[in-house]
Write a protein that binds this ligand. Sequence first.
Ligand code: UD2
Length: 463
Amino acid sequence: MVLVERSGNANNNRVHFGDLRVIRRRAKVGLLHLLNRARQNAHNVRPTGVESIHLFLFDIEAGDAEAFIAEQERQWQTHIAHSDDSDARVARLHLLLEFWQAAHGHFSHAVDCKTCCCDGAPHLIQRAIVSLVVGTAALTRTMQSGSVILAKYLVTGAAGFIGRSIAAALLARGETVRGIDSFITGKRSNLIGLEAMEFIEGDLADPAACAQACAGVEIVFHEAALASVPRSVADPVGTNVNCVDATLNVLVAARAAGVRRVIYAGSSSAYGDAPTLPKREDMLPNPISPYAAAKLAGEHYMRVFARVYGLETVVLRYFNVFGPYQDPTSHYSGVLAIFCRRMLAGEQTTIYGDGGQSRDFTYIDNVVYANLLAAAAPAEKVSGQMMNLATATRITLNETFEILRELTGYSGKPEYAPARAGDIRDSLADIDLARELLGYEPQVDFREGLRRTVEWYRSCGGA
Ligand code: UD2
């Protein structure tokens, strides 16, 4: 038997996490009544063979009930249709009945404060929708492998390099994770090993996909983006749609679904080309490419949603992330992915500019680590904040090329080509704010990260 709970907004005020736990404890006691009723109902509709009862509590604004139920009903039906439960129809009818009963308040006696838990005080269950699903083990299996068991975490861009790495770390911790990706730049092969993750193929430019992705979630890692400066120069509108519109849609959906916290993948490109190093968060942003402008717009939306709507948001400004699973095959790929692949294959690389440009290249494990810290940090410390996420060291492309020659065994020289439009010369982070707010310290330095990355590309044949 599985009991999944979900709590969110009350009276349009945000319920803080501390309160939420108290409410959840109370809710559990109240739900025992429902569970007993559920058992009876289950045997009424299905006298034999019932092996599981799933009771789901969705705590929502009363006014949202009809739309919410319609969406949930659609999701359940999809799952039941794909189930190999031979008697799924009963389960579906039963579910529908329970939904509508809940919507029209017929559950009120079952969660009456006087008969359950909480000394007569009004509590959130009265604004909840309770849904009940009865089925066999087969149905249970379908539900657990599908999108019905509500995930605690949503990772957008889950088939991308950073998203899949965060999802993998969450799954390794035993968390329930949902991922969404449109495969514009994400790869299906990146989902290998993430089978325990519930996955939605969907585009965040579509508000309905965002609503579906956010339903039932507590924390969102918003990693999806068209991450490339030159791509944005070639297609600024596409970058805007996939970075700005998508981010706003995620925020709107997150708020509507009662998500507690959204953690956003910002970009060091926001600092632009000002010569001052290291880059500190209190410097004025100065985007010099459409990509930088779009990622920065997302940051502003994060801050505004924290301020105006009380959604907890955290912006981590990534500095040139690299590591396993980064796509090396596109013209728009990150430079280290391209270099690793080409040099392992014995092919010449191109350096745009004189190679003296420098970056604070950040190994993926540091990024995953900081995201987990950002998810756990107290709201009063991190909500509405933006902080650099990097290693506080920098290296030029020419130096990087030499290290890669050692690691890959490549003996050729690079070809030099004119610098790319929108390119930044030097980039180096001050990471004191992340240290202070998250307790973050880089876990893997550049050389070790590069070594691991080369090994990974070597092991998968340059992917
Ligand atoms: C920007 C952001 C980074 C991240 C990224 C997303 C800065 C400082 N960094 O990275 O945080 O958001 O965008 O994509 O703005 N290059 C070559 N040869 C190649 C490919 C690239 O020389 O084959 C050069 C490129 O011209 C640039 C450097 O390598 O000078 C790094 O390029 P990149 O595309 O890996 O990342 P960058 O710095 O635009």
